[in-house]
Design a protein around this ligand. Structure first.
Ligand code: GRF
Length: 201
């Protein structure tokens, strides 16, 4: 079976990217990571992707307006015949242009149990809200930030004495398991979207 040609968009260290690349090495994994795109030249994930033998390119987002950056990124995705896009710590808001190009073909990981805590500083806000559970979500991308049909979630307990850092680390470990699983579900066709509803085969 042909593997789904997948790109990962990053802005930082790329630990989720590494987890996706590692999973994609499995012979029976349905997605192949063929391209990593970074929104800035300093993203630590670029070197990691190259070390893993994967083509990686970076942009200076400050040199473009939002849609200009997206058009440049999209041209690279098309050049590489990408079929599916994974946002993995891509810290630029997306305009209707890129979201429209990749409708139902772009997924994102967010470090909270959506719909709780959309946006930034999710771990701090979960602690401040006195939550006993927190976690992460992988979802299809829609125009509203951190919204869209949910493919999967993983929960962690919030423990006494947790700080933003300890909680973030516990969630990140789950992200590294959840994201490869979610990509597998989408790339294999076991999860798809009809309208805004998830359909599981
Ligand atoms: C992760 O917490 C992810 O959920 C969020 O940004 C962070 C990226 O971390 N969207 P990394 O670059 O994958 O290590």
């Amino acid at each position: 079976m042909a593997k789904v040609r997948t790109a990962i968009l990053i802005s930082g260290g790329g630990s989720n990217m590494e987890a996706l690349i590692a999973a994609s090495r499995r012979p029976d994994y349905p997605a192949e990571i063929v391209l990593v795109v970074a929104s800035n030249h300093k993203a630590g994930g670029i070197a990691k992707a190259k070390a893993a033998g994967i083509a990686a390119i970076s942009f200076d987002h400050k040199a473009h307006d939002r849609e200009g950056l997206e058009r440049a990124v999209n041209a690279e995705l098309e050049k590489a015949s990408i079929e599916l896009v994974c946002l993995a710590g891509w810290m630029r808001l997306l305009s209707p242009y890129l979201i429209g190009q990749w409708h139902n073909r772009m997924i994102n990981i967010h470090p909270s149990l959506l719909p709780d805590f959309k946006g930034l500083h999710t771990h701090r806000r979960a602690l401040e809200a006195g939550k006993s559970e927190h976690g992460c979500t992988v979802h299809f991308v829609r125009q509203d930030v951190d919204s869209g049909p949910i493919i999967g979630q993983a929960k962690v307990p919030v423990l006494p004495g947790d700080t933003e850092e300890t909680l973030a680390a516990r969630v990140l470990l789950e992200e590294h398991k959840l994201y490869p699983h979610a990509l597998e579900l989408v790339a294999s066709g076991r999860v798809r979207v009809e309208g805004d509803e998830i359909v599981r085969a």
